[in-house]
Design a protein around this ligand. Structure first.
Ligand SMILES: Cc1ncc(COP(=O)(O)O)c(C=O)c1O
Length: 385
C-alpha cells in the first residue's frame, strides 16, 4: 500500500498491558463498530454518548449519590436546565426556590417562559405544607437549592419531597453545596439530584462539569434522552479530572468545613461583623435542619457587616490579598464576593441589616486567612467612618 494509506491505518492499537490507577481516557467522535449488523442494533455507535472515562465517572458518581443512574453534562448549569427540559412540557407550572442560582432563574424567565412553562418563585423559609399550598393543578415540578448559595437557607427536603410525591409533583435539587457527600438527596426522597461538579468534585477551579442522578428508571431514560436530544457532550479528559477530584473529595471537604467554621467563629467576634450566616453555627436559623440532615459543612458561607455603603464593602474586598474576588467556589483557593446586587433580585428579599459578603474558605492556613480578613475589615471601618 502507498505510504499515505499506511500512515492512516497504522498505530491504531498499541498493545499495552500496564494497569494505571485511573481509567484509560479515550478520545473519539467516531466509534468503530465490529460488523455491519452492529451499525443499527443499538450498540454504542458514536463518541458523544461517552467513552471509558465518562462511564467510569458515571459509575463513581452513582456510588456517591446512591443512584442507579447518573447523566453527565458539560456544566452544572446545563445539568439543571437539562433536568428541567427532560420532564417539562408547554402548559406546565413549576415552583422554584427564590434563592436559586441566578442563571437558573434567568433560564426559567427567558427560556421556559418562551415555551409556555410558568415559574413561581417561593420563599425558601416555607415549610412543606405552605409550599405545596402554592401548587396549581398543572404544577409538574419543584426545584430546590438547599442551602441557597448566597444566604444559605436550608429546606426540609425530606418533607417537601414526600409532600410533592403525594401530589404527583417531581422534585429536583441543586445539591452543589454538599457535593453529593454531606447530604444525600435521593435517600431523602428527591427525584433528581443535580450538582455542579465544577465546584468541589473537580475541586481545582479549572473544569466545568455537571451531573444529574436518579433512582427512577423513567427519569433516568428521560435524562439520557435529554443529553442526546440537546447534543450535550463531556470530554474524556474532563471526566478524568472529575474522577481524580472524587478521590480526595472527603479529605478536602473535611478541611474546607473545619477551616470555614474556624473563620466563621473568628468573624463572629469582630466588631465590624453584625452576624455570620453559616448553618453549622448553633445560633443560625438553619442550624437544626443542618444538624439533622448534613454530615458536615463545606467552605462556603456569608457574613453581614455593620451597616455601611457599597463603597466601603468594595474597600474591604479590594484590600484582600489571599481571598480572590470571583463568583465561583469549591476550589482549593479562597474567594470573596459581595452579594447585594444579587440579593436585590429576589421576590422574597429580606433585610439582613447590613451588606452581605460571601466567602469561600479554601485550603490555606486559617491564621493567614483571618489576618487577610482583618486587613479588609480595617479598610471597611475606615471607609464607613
Ligand atoms: C449553586 C450552583 N449551582 C450551579 C452552578 C453552575 O455550575 P457551572 O458553573 O458548572 O455551570 C453554580 C455556579 O456557580 C452554583 O453556584
Amino acid at each position: 500500500m502507498d505510504e499515505e494509506t499506511r500512515l492512516i491505518h497504522t498505530g491504531l492499537e498499541a498493545e499495552c498491558d500496564a494497569r494505571t490507577v485511573g481509567p484509560a481516557v479515550q478520545r473519539g467522535s467516531t466509534v468503530l463498530l465490529p460488523n455491519a449488523a452492529a451499525l443499527y442494533d443499538g450498540t454504542l455507535g458514536y463518541g458523544r454518548a461517552g467513552l471509558s472515562a465518562q462511564f467510569a465517572l458515571q459509575q463513581a458518581l452513582a456510588e456517591l449519590e446512591g443512584a442507579k443512574a447518573v447523566s453527565l453534562f458539560p456544566s452544572g448549569l446545563a445539568a439543571v436546565t437539562a433536568s428541567l427540559l427532560a420532564v417539562l412540557k408547554a402548559g406546565d407550572h413549576i415552583l422554584v426556590v427564590d434563592s436559586v442560582y441566578k442563571p437558573v432563574r434567568q433560564f426559567c424567565d427567558a427560556v421556559l417562559a418562551r415555551f409556555a412553562v410558568e415559574t413561581s418563585y417561593y420563599d425558601p423559609r416555607l415549610d412543606a405544607d405552605a409550599l405545596l399550598a402554592q401548587a396549581k393543578p398543572n404544577t409538574r415540578l419543584i426545584l430546590l437549592e438547599s442551602p441557597g448559595s448566597l444566604t444559605f437557607e436550608i429546606q426540609d427536603v425530606a418533607a417537601i419531597a414526600a409532600a410533592a410525591r403525594a401530589r404527583g409533583v417531581l422534585t429536583v435539587i441543586d445539591n452543589t453545596w454538599a457535593a453529593g457527600l454531606l447530604f444525600k438527596p435521593l435517600a431523602h426522597g428527591v427525584d433528581i439530584s443535580v450538582q455542579a461538579l465544577t465546584k468541589y468534585v473537580c475541586g481545582h477551579s479549572d473544569v466545568f462539569l455537571g451531573s444529574a442522578a436518579t433512582n427512577d428508571p423513567k427519569l433516568a431514560l428521560a435524562l439520557e434522552d435529554s443529553v442526546h436530544e440537546h447534543g450535550w457532550q463531556v470530554a474524556g479528559e474532563e471526566a478524568y479530572q472529575a474522577l481524580r477530584g472524587l478521590r480526595t473529595l472527603p479529605t478536602r471537604m473535611a478541611r474546607h468545613g473545619q477551616s470555614g467554621l474556624a473563620v466563621a467563629n473568628w468573624l463572629a467576634r469582630q466588631p465590624e461583623v453584625l452576624r455570620v450566616i453559616h448553618p453549622a453555627l448553633p445560633g443560625d436559623p438553619n442550624h437544626a435542619l443542618w444538624k439533622r440532615d448534613y454530615s458536615g459543612a463545606c467552605g462556603l458561607f456569608a457574613f453581614v457587616l455593620q451597616p455601611g455603603p457599597e463603597k466601603a464593602v468594595e474597600a474591604l474586598l479590594d484590600r484582600l490579598e489571599l481571598f480572590g474576588l470571583g463568583f465561583s467556589w469549591g476550589g482549593f483557593e479562597s474567594l470573596a464576593i459581595h452579594c447585594g446586587p444579587q440579593l436585590k433580585r429576589r421576590r422574597h428579599a429580606i433585610d439582613h441589616g447590613g451588606p452581605v459578603v460571601r466567602l469561600h474558605v479554601g485550603l490555606e492556613a486559617v491564621d493567614d486567612l483571618t489576618a487577610d480578613l482583618r486587613r479588609g475589615l480595617d479598610a471597611y471601618a475606615s471607609a464607613v467612618l
